[in-house]
Design a protein around this ligand. Structure first.
Ligand SMILES: Cc1cc2nc3c(=O)[nH]c(=O)nc-3n(C[C@H](O)[C@H](O)[C@H](O)COP(=O)(O)OP(=O)(O)OC[C@H]3O[C@@H](n4cnc5c(N)ncnc54)[C@H](O)[C@@H]3O)c2cc1C
Length: 382
């Protein structure tokens, strides 16, 4: 067992850190306030090879692993969760192409993503189907050589900026098992019948795009089915086993970023005639925070490494996401506490980090869903 990153992995982290420091630091607060990100950031990120590094070289990617992707996301989220989220989400769903897509689909959709020249998203959530994904009712009806899609998806990352979107659709409502009723289709967003309504007022990660989307008699050729018909639910679960590992990396990055801000503050702020870092109560807080971050990082790297070695599993990934989401929320809470009243104002980065953290316990499976997965795995049949 070796807990050291390789030299290449350390270099990737370092390069990602430099990119985020150089590109995010000065604009992060305004992007958060204005709910926007510069499009040039995606292009630059793509050119420098930070986007979708897990995409095979044959499809324009770097052919690296989930661990390398997680390392990059950790560094991005450490500097700014909102811009980190936007850069990470550019390829959100691409794993579905890698796992289940046809050769034509991989050649068509993956290369522009990896170069930062296209954006995608994955639309699963609906007004009445959140955690219970198998109740999704957006329909795709096969007619002739096409699928006709009707329905409404909510809170979709990149809904108003993506070039194409994977859509989790109900294709076979008559199937007895609700796990056999869905399929995944890829939809180009310039097709008639696609409408997006950007959502405003997100609590955190506000630089990133989130939208409600509507499908009205939207037609795609039957070649746009990704993977097998009726297997959409199983494909979705396998996708989550991957995507949750790097959402865990978001939590590690956010928590480390918040810890760094707290350390910076307590080393300079003086009260009662001494640096607040000199109080043992402060040292204990910092010790707890640092230990949690290290644990979250270790578990996350393990989940990613297992995936990269073909031994990924729902249990470890769910544990990593659960623990790192909780760590992010707890660590940033203490970090803000250590900033005192100053941390409550939006000219302090810690305020933005605090608002960003909560989503890590909600999206990509609420923490209760992760616990269901872990509980079932640990208890087994009884
Ligand atoms: C910023 C942001 C970006 C998002 N991006 C995307 C995206 O790109 N694509 C996409 O498809 N979706 C996206 N979502 C939606 C997200 O995945 C859902 O919000 C999430 O899955 C939870 O669904 P819900 O909001 O409908 O909550 P619900 O399913 O209504 O759950 C609410 C709460 O009920 C509890 N609960 C629910 N079920 C159970 C259970 N079985 N056992 C115990 N407790 C339970 C949990 O506490 C849960 O938090 C995004 C959400 C946000 C906030």
């Amino acid at each position: 067992m070796d807990f050291e990153l390789s030299k290449e992995q350390q270099d990737i982290s370092k390069a990602a850190k430099e990119f985020a420091e150089g590109e995010f630091r000065d604009i992060a607060r305004d992007c958060d306030l204005n709910e926007e990100y510069p499009e040039s950031l995606i292009k630059k990120g793509g050119e420098l090879g930070f986007i979708g590094v897990f995409i095979d070289e044959a499809y324009g990617g770097a052919g690296l692993g989930f661990l390398e992707h997680a390392l990059i996301m950790e560094e991005f989220w450490k500097v700014d969760p909102g811009l980190g989220q936007q850069l990470c989400s550019v390829t959100f769903g691409s794993e579905v192409f890698l796992l289940f897509g046809s050769e034509n689909q991989k050649k068509k959709y993956l290369p522009p993503l990896a170069r930062g020249k296209a954006i995608m998203g994955f639309a699963i959530t609906e007004p009445d189907a959140g955690s219970d994904t198998a109740s999704a009712s957006t329909s795709a009806v096969e007619k002739g050589g096409e699928y006709v899609i009707n329905g409404n998806k909510v809170m979709i990352g990149n809904g108003s900026v993506s070039d194409f979107m994977l859509v989790f659709c109900l294709t076979d409502p008559e199937e007895k098992s609700r796990s056999d009723r869905h399929s995944i289709l890829v939809v180009e967003t310039d097709r008639p019948g696609y409408d997006a309504d950007k959502m405003h007022g997100k609590m955190g990660i506000r630089a990133s795009d989130t939208a409600n989307i509507f499908f009205t008699d939207l037609k795609v050729p039957k070649e746009n089915l990704v993977g097998e018909r009726r297997k959409g639910f199983y494909q979705l679960m396998q996708f989550f086993d991957r995507s949750r590992a790097y959402v865990a990396a978001h939590g590690v990055g956010l928590a480390q970023g918040a810890l760094d801000l707290a350390i910076q503050h307590v080393r300079t702020r003086e009260q009662f005639g001494q640096k607040i870092a000199s109080f043992q109560a402060t040292q204990f807080k910092i010790a707890e925070m640092a230990t949690k971050v290290e644990l979250a990082r270790t578990l996350t790297h393990k989940a990613c490494s297992l995936l990269d070695h073909g031994r990924g599993n729902s249990n470890t990934t769910a544990m990593a996401k659960l623990f790192s989401g909780r760590t992010a929320v707890e660590v940033v809470d203490e970090a803000l506490q250590l900033h005192g009243g100053y941390g409550y104002f939006n000219d302090q980065d810690v305020e933005r980090f605090y608002r960003a953290a909560k989503v890590l316990e909600i999206y990509e499976g609420a923490k209760e869903i992760e616990k269901m997965i872990i509980g079932r795995n640990v208890l087994g049949r009884f």
